[in-house]
Structure formats: structure tokens, C-alpha cells
Design a binder for this molecule. Structure first.
Ligand code: MN3
Length: 203
């Protein structure tokens, strides 16, 4: 039986400065993400055979999860998966930040241009009421931009997330207070397109 663990970041907490500040990164990772992991483990203790199941499969088939822990798995399991992806699709490496490869071609094909894509994803991110996420997903083989409330994973809708913007206030409040638009604008500077390409390739 393997309990879920907080993944290590492949960069330091100050690596995304000045776009995302050190304090936000540290608290977001060590407090918020850690809490999702801890609460997911507490829920799964009640049905410990589920520790051996792939978390993505549990979330995809959330209605098969025992009812007494279903909401906890959806929220905290979703939170764990969403944040694990979020850390990976950001980088301090200038080469990895380059918008190129298969995903760049596909984005231009589907959305018209990088600027149109950025505009649409920004609109969706700013349109999330309260806490949630804006996503670039693959749905039936096609790219789509969607949002989800709370910590709902797109996997619940059978859509595969390849890039996600956390728009919970905890993702930006320390540096930017209520200015979600500034955070979203800054986020585009740190996207790890190399990783998004990898996420896209394995679909
Ligand atoms: Mn978060």
C-alpha cells in the first residue's frame, strides 16, 4: 500500500520570479498542495484497497468510488492531480518556454494564432466565478479550452488536461491581491511548452 505524497518541484520556489513570487510558490506547494495530499490519504484510509488504484482512474470513474469518500476524493484527489500538473507545466528554462512543436501547430490550427489562443484562455480564466481552473484539454482527440469549478479535474468529463491555470486566490493573492488578470497575464510567460508538448504527444 502506497500513500500519496507531495511531488518535489523540479525548480526552486524563486525560479518563476518575477512572474510568480517565491512566497506564493512556497505556500502553494508546501501548504495548499500538501493539504490536498493529506486529506486524500485520510479519505482513502477508509477504503485502503483504493491506495493501489491509479488516482487518474479513480477520478475518471468518480461515481464508482464509495459514496462516503466520493466528495473527498473528488476534491482532494482532484486537487492533488491538478497541482501536480500545474507545477510541471511551468518552468524557469527559457528554452522550455518557447512556443513550438506539435502543440504550437495544433493551437494555431484550432484557435487561429497564439494571440487568439491566449485571449480565449485568458477570458475563460477570468470568467471563473470563485475558485477553479482554466484548462487546455484534449477531448475526443481535439484541443479545447474549458474551465472547472473548485478542484474538479477535467478527467471527470473524460477530457485530458495538458495545461492548467489555477485561478484560486491562493495562487496569486500574496503578490497581486485581487488582480487575477495580472496573474493570468504573467502566467503565460512561464508556461513550459516542452512539457505541454509531451503531455499532448502521449494522448
Ligand atoms: Mn492551488
Amino acid at each position: 500500500m502506497q500513500k500519496h505524497e507531495l511531488p518535489k518541484l523540479s525548480y526552486s520556489y524563486d525560479a518563476l520570479e518575477p512572474f510568480i513570487d517565491t512566497k506564493t510558490m512556497e505556500i502553494h506547494h508546501t501548504k495548499h498542495h500538501q493539504t490536498y495530499v493529506d486529506k486524500l490519504n485520510v479519505a482513502l484510509e477508509k477504503h485502503s484497497e483504493l491506495f493501489d488504484k491509479d488516482l487518474k482512474e479513480l477520478i475518471k470513474n468518480i461515481n464508482l468510488v464509495p459514496e462516503d469518500i466520493r466528495t473527498a476524493v473528488k476534491n482532494h484527489g482532484g486537487g492533488h492531480l491538478n497541482h501536480s500538473l500545474y507545477w510541471q507545466i511551468m518552468t524557469s528554462d527559457k528554452k522550455e518556454r518557447k512556443f513550438e512543436g506539435k502543440i504550437a501547430d495544433e493551437i494555431k490550427k484550432i484557435f487561429g494564432s497564439y494571440d487568439e489562443f491566449k485571449k480565449k484562455l485568458t477570458e475563460v480564466a477570468l470568467g471563473v466565478f470563485g475558485s477553479g481552473w482554466a484548462w487546455l484539454v484534449v477531448s475526443n482527440g481535439k484541443l479545447e479550452i474549458i474551465s472547472t469549478p473548485n478542484q474538479d479535474s477535467p478527467l471527470i468529463q473524460n477530457k485530458i488536461p495538458i495545461l492548467g491555470i489555477d485561478v484560486w486566490e491562493h495562487a496569486y493573492y500574496i503578490l497581486r491581491q485581487n488582480r487575477r488578470n495580472d496573474y493570468v497575464e504573467a502566467f503565460f510567460n512561464v508556461i513550459n511548452w516542452k512539457k505541454v508538448n509531451e503531455n499532448f504527444k502521449i494522448i
